[in-house]
Design a protein around this ligand. Structure first.
Ligand code: ADP
Length: 178
């Protein structure tokens, strides 16, 4: 979407889509795909050290996201640390994309958006509503379902499900229950 500024200069609209992506799910892919239709360039930012326990390393999360999104031409995947607004500025983005699943996401996203606005008034947040089939889907739930032997179809790409199974098998081997 090339937009015309007051001076007649054409600018490209870039956006970032930040998150933990531990691992990327079909819900994330759906949001990235739709955002890539709206913006000229979408940079998916994998947050390197979130304040939560992770199953995958930063490198693994970046690799899985990149593979899941490789067919979309205007999407890049990279890791980042520090403030999301600084990552957006470095990426040359004016927009931060987030996904909203349920009313329960709204409060946290609203709070985040206020903080972003306070730190970087030149940026704006665009929230895309989750598609109906992914409204219940979270990476945490997918990991739990797969670790218990449940079906992963329609939740994550097959290669991501395999990686989750392998990771759980590895950690089980490393610390067997007595
Ligand atoms: P967080 O930033 O809270 O760690 P995630 O990394 O899981 O969240 O996800 C990044 C973004 O994707 C967040 O805006 C989150 O609300 C959104 N998201 C996660 N799962 C879905 C889904 N199933 N449908 C739509 N949006 C989603």
């Amino acid at each position: 979407m090339a937009s015309e500024s007051a001076g007649g200069l054409k600018t490209l609209t870039a956006a970032i889509y930040p998150g933990t992506f531990d691992p990327i799910t079909c819900g994330h892919i759906d949001i990235a795909r739709r955002a890539a239709e709206i913006f000229d360039r979408l940079v998916v930012g994998v947050y390197d050290v979130p304040a939560k326990k992770l199953l995958f390393s930063t490198e693994e999360r970046v690799q899985m996201a990149a593979r899941a999104l490789e067919d979309i031409g205007n999407v890049e995947v990279t890791s980042f640390g520090g403030l999301t607004v600084d990552f957006a500025r470095k990426a040359g983005a004016k927009v931060i994309v987030r996904g909203l699943r349920a009313l329960s996401d709204f409060e946290a996203e609203m709070q985040l958006a206020h903080f972003y606005r306070r730190m970087a008034p030149e940026l704006d947040v665009v929230c895309l509503m989750s598609s109906l089939e992914y409204g219940f889907l979270s990476a945490t739930m997918v990991k739990e379902i797969i670790s218990l032997g449940g079906q992963s179809e329609g939740l994550v790409p097959d290669f991501v499900a395999d990686a989750i199974r392998q990771e759980y098998a590895r950690t089980k081997e490393a610390s067997p229950r007595r």
